[in-house]
Design a protein. Structure first.
Length: 155
């Protein structure tokens, strides 16, 4: 397998792993433990359970595909750099997922909010977006620093 193929697998695998982890965290913490919301709030309880089940199924598939891609990529070059690429990609995937999901579901479609009905509903939604943007920015910074280290080592 070429270096470029390994890099693609590592990039896609870590992004999917982050997306799956963010979705799993959201589903377990916000849907189940806190019971603040469901994927689709504007239906009866059975519809909410089904929508959450589909959401959990999709995030599980993202986790599995991400893990398979990372396994196929093998060990990335340079342990320190590889850890930053993996962690950076996962944080970028998780943060990007939260930003996109928050913008679409909370603001555009309004099918649910982080804490619907709360007097500070908008603040919860904005904090969710900000935390996603922060995770994505940290992830991208880690990925860039790993790539810069690789370029410096090649020079």
């Amino acid at each position: 397998m070429s270096i470029d193929e390994k890099k693609k697998l590592l990039n896609y695998g870590s992004l999917l792993l982050g997306i799956g982890l963010a979705g799993a965290f959201d589903g377990v913490v916000f849907h189940q433990l806190l019971q603040w919301h469901s994927v689709y709030m504007h239906t009866h309880r059975h519809g909410q359970i089904v929508s959450d089940g589909l959401f959990h199924g999709i995030t599980t598939v993202a986790l599995a595909i991400g893990a398979i891609l990372l396994w196929r990529a093998g060990a990335p070059g340079g342990v320190r750099r590889g850890k930053r690429l993996l962690l950076g990609g996962a944080l970028l995937g998780a943060g990007g997922f939260n930003v996109i999901e928050g913008l679409i579901n909370h603001h555009l479609l309004q099918i649910h909010h982080v804490k619907p009905g709360d007097p500070n509903e908008l603040l919860y939604d904005l904090a969710f977006l900000a935390s996603g943007a922060l995770l994505a920015a940290i992830g991208e910074a880690l990925r860039r620093s790993a790539n810069e280290e690789r370029r410096a080592a090649q020079a």
